[in-house]
Design a protein around this ligand. Structure first.
Ligand code: UN1
Length: 506
């Protein structure tokens, strides 16, 4: 399959390098060849989106909702096919890939209803015979830049509400998830999203950045939505700031899980296993560090070690595996850097007795799959301290740190210390501890007795600090990203009533 950017429904020939998207499970499996575009292609896509905007804005929201509903139905009907593409191209276990596709359908189901709401308000005036109103208007052109660890669900969190609100979209998916993007685009186009309303640009990061700079400079983009690393998020934030824009930024996480002395340990171990190693730790909501009460620390680590050893790692299409390969060489390189933060003199390593790639010289029991794939041993690093790189930074791979605490205040301070603030979890049977943690943790999301990952599609999703700029996706909250409020006042008194000056005396 050879792909290239799609602007206003037409393919645009490659203007930059060719990218070969291979399966991380089998490097000789070429999933797609992608002809990349350059900065000019990105800016052209924004021009096309701008041209398409007036007509799409004028489609009544309930009708836009019907288009979204149609897309949701097509996604459901093509669930297995789409999940297989996700699994093949980014190595996600098939069961998780099905869940990811379901998340698109859930997002469509939620926003189709919003097409019949998109409420404004009627508001009383301080003056008689005067009525105030508020209206939501689309922002205009939305540029969506997404990573490939959630190659279809996360894009849908932007694209679906943006379209529903009457915006047109330029989507720059990860080039290493191009086949996923293509399948997504086709379903939305078949559902009736008009040409030019959704455009796809395949480009590398540098060209995208230059294209975005041009587009913002020429007033072609009104909102940027970005999911990816904190480092790139900062650059996008700076660029948008120069144009007085507030982007929607969904960045990294170093998500803590506190396990209290009264927690149900078995449940906590199960939660830590899935949160830490599910998706090979490649979710922004993946577990970073377990902060466990010192009185249950040994028991917890022993049980997590046993559960990790028993977990099946291997081919993403294989039944019952916990996780598959890392997404590609770039992710693997980043993860290897994190493995370098392990200090054998201070840290105790558990999980499978090996650190690094699963290979003939470092085999893993029960492994099924091609050893040429980017498979890594899961690692538990006990004894991390608040100064460790491993404690402070996102790793995006199958590694979980463990540290201990004595008082809940200490646990909360440790949980906040890395300065991220996306997701968090506490395992406890004491409601007081759960609510105290909720209040103290500076995270956008808190789980009680559940994984840090696995947010539902109708709750606000997003982070604080190094995890984002406070913007929230999903549910009704994202409507504030993709619409702008307009207020109107209507005076039917027949005279000029001056606000603040003509106040009715009583
Ligand atoms: C991400 O990794 O960018 O809550 C998003 C979760 C998923 C989304 C993760 N629903 O883990």
């Amino acid at each position: 399959m050879t792909l290239s950017s799609i602007i206003a429904g037409s393919r645009v020939g490659p203007t930059a390098d060719r990218y070969v998207s291979t399966s991380p499970a089998r490097p000789d499996d070429v999933v797609a060849e992608v002809g990349l575009g350059d900065a000019g292609v990105f800016a052209d896509a924004c021009r096309a989106a701008r041209r398409a905007h007036d007509a799409w804005r004028d489609v009544p929201p309930p009708v836009r909702g019907q288009v979204i509903a149609g897309a949701g139905r097509l996604v459901e009907a093509n669930k297995e096919r789409l999940a297989k593409i996700v699994s093949r191209e980014v190595g996600k276990p098939y069961g998780e890939a099905l869940g990811e596709v379901q998340e698109i359908a859930d997002t469509c189901a939620f926003f189709l209803g919003e097409g019949r709401r998109l409420y404004g308000q009627t508001v009383p005036s301080e003056m008689p015979d005067k009525q105030l109103f508020t209206f939501r208007d689309p922002v205009g052109v939305v540029a969506v830049i997404t990573a490939g660890n959630f190659p279809v669900a996360v894009p849908s969190w932007y694209i679906v509400p943006a379209l529903l609100c009457g915006n047109t979209v330029v989507w720059k998916p990860a080039e290493y998830a191009a086949a996923c993007a293509e399948a997504f685009y086709e379903l939305f186009a078949h559902a009736g999203v008009p040409e030019g309303v959704l455009n796809v640009v395949y480009a590398d990061g540098a060209e995208t950045f230059r294209g975005l700079e041009t587009a913002l400079g020429e007033g072609l983009v009104d909102k940027v939505g970005f999911t990816g690393s904190t480092e790139v998020g900062v650059r996008i934030g700076e660029l948008c700031g120069r144009h007085l824009q507030t982007p929607c930024l969904e960045l990294g996480g170093k998500n803590p899980m506190v396990v209290t002395e009264d927690a149900e340990l078995e449940l906590a171990v199960e939660g830590a296993l899935f949160a830490g190693f599910g998706t090979a730790g490649q979710r922004c909501t993946s577990l970073g560090t377990v902060i466990v009460h010192e009185s249950v620390h040994e028991e917890f680590v022993r049980a997590l070690d046993a559960a990790t050893r028993a977990a099946k790692v291997g081919d993403p299409m294989e039944e019952g595996i916990l996780f598959g390969p890392l997404i590609n060489e770039r992710f693997a390189d980043g993860f290897e850097k994190s493995l370098g933060w392990i200090d054998p003199a201070r840290h105790r390593v558990h999980g499978s007795g090996a650190v690094g790639r699963i290979s003939e010289s470092q085999p893993r029991e029960g492994f099924v799959g091609d050893l040429g794939g980017l498979y890594y041993h899961p690692v538990i690093v006990d004894g991390v301290t608040a100064e460790d790189e491993l404690f402070l930074n996102e790793t995006f791979g199958p590694i979980v740190g463990v540290t201990t605490y004595r008082t809940l205040d200490e646990a909360i301070a440790l949980a906040n210390a890395p300065g991220y603030g996306l997701s968090s979890a506490i395992y406890t049977t004491d409601p007081k501890k759960a609510f105290t943690f909720r209040r103290g943790i500076r995270a956008g999301m808190v789980s009680v007795n559940n994984s840090t990952s696995g947010a539902e599609a109708h709750l606000p999703f997003g982070g604080n600090g190094r995890s984002g700029n406070g913007s929230r996706q999903s549910g009704i909250w994202v409507l504030d990203q993709f619409t702008r409020w307009q207020s109107m006042n209507w005076d039917y008194s027949g005279r000029l009533q001056k606000a603040q000056m003509d106040v009715l005396e009583i």
